[in-house]
Design a protein around this ligand. Sequence first.
Ligand code: 4AD
Ligand code: MG
Length: 465
Amino acid sequence: MKHTEIVEVLRLTNYGQTVTVCGWVRSRRGNKNVSFIALNDGSTINNIQIVADAERFTDDDLRLVTTGACLSATGRLVESMGKGQSVEIQAEKITVFGAADPQTYPLQKKGHSLEYLREIAHLRPRTNTFGAILRIRHNMAIAIHTYFHEHGYFYFHTPLITASDCEGAGQMFQVTTKNLYNLKKDKDGQIDYSDDFFGKMTALTVSGQLEGELGAMALGKIYTFGPTFRAENSNTPRHLAEFWMIEPEVAFIQKDELMDLEEDFLKFCVSWALEHCKDDLRFLNDMFDKTLIERLKSVVDTEFVRLPYTEGINILHEAIRNGHKFEFPCNWGDDLASEHERYLVEEHFGKPVIMTDYPKEIKAFYMKLNDDQKTVQGTDVLFPAIGEIIGGSVREEDYDKLMAEIDRRQIPMKDMWWYLDTRRFGSAPHAGFGLGFERLMLFVTGMQNIRDVIPFPRTPKNAEF
Ligand code: 4AD
Ligand code: MG
């Protein structure tokens, strides 16, 4: 069907020409002389108004033109007298492609709660809110590819099915073709994977980092951008079982350059949203969070704090001495809870914090050990309203030190030999990080729940749609 997208039509100024638009009816109002149809095709948050005069269209012609129906309208483009729009279409022909019964169509004109919309995730992209979020999501993906491409990184595809647990947290979803009720066991009663599809235990990846490091050891600078899976049974507004992660890995850089990269990259992404998603951000700002755009601008304009973990703990202890109450303990060696992260970011500093040099016991095996033998060169970025948005580190490039840590943690060597080869043959200093795409989306859209920034969220007990 030859038609013009609504985003284009709204920019036209040569009134009088005939245009055809297609889309879904957001609302229809009017009187016995005229109907006004607000039509949206997803190309923009803005609707085009279709004016249908009773002289041309009978009630019967417009019987199926109800909220949710899909139609095409052809007519003359005219300057609009109405508020909030520059042009409208004086309809000459309307063709309904698909009706939507007003008795049963779940999205009526009145606003619905985000909780309700999660139950109809198959239809929620048709709302203003989710249209805006999903267009922003697309733009953020383009921002990420643009940033890395323009900085000389190569997009490197790491496997989704793997036999190694990168983060060592035991949160993997197994992949098998076996009949789970009739598993082959060895004489000790252990599952015998030798007759499974891959001949070994496999699972969905929790991170592309280990293979990403192999890429960086050959191409210099790579990034991954793909789905990752974690079977962490945490029903929080910040965790998904399936989320998208961006993982750059860079040879020949050290901790300061890694932090520079984290900061520069995040600022680029947020600036991109401010520049390319103006209408959608304005809508979310006005509807949900009046400080959203201001908060995005402040991140772009501010220098991130760089804070060693040990100093962070001191600040938290100082806060406790001054009467601040935390629910969870924060002694040296503890993993910080989000209340601690948010205290540092939102109350103490009032800006993003890159926290560095964590106790090695609370971080993964691959992080570079500091000379104190107690801390490792992690560089997590903590954001206002979000907490941890990036997890990063300098990698341990020394074979013996890395091997010692693998032994100490009893990580099976049969899973790791290929990773260790990077340290045996032409090892290099290198570093990288992982950005949770949906955490970035939470920040950029101002949404409160991670289930609302991905089209079809996967969380414990929920794999609908
Ligand atoms: O801190 P994490 O676990 O780090 C890694 O996986 C490293 N291998 C990354 C690297 O250095 N290449 O995860 C990285 C980021 C977190 O900071 C968070 O933003 C996001 O991934 N993330 C999640 N997002 C949504 N749901 C979950 N369950 C997430 N777990 C981590
Ligand atoms: Mg982390």
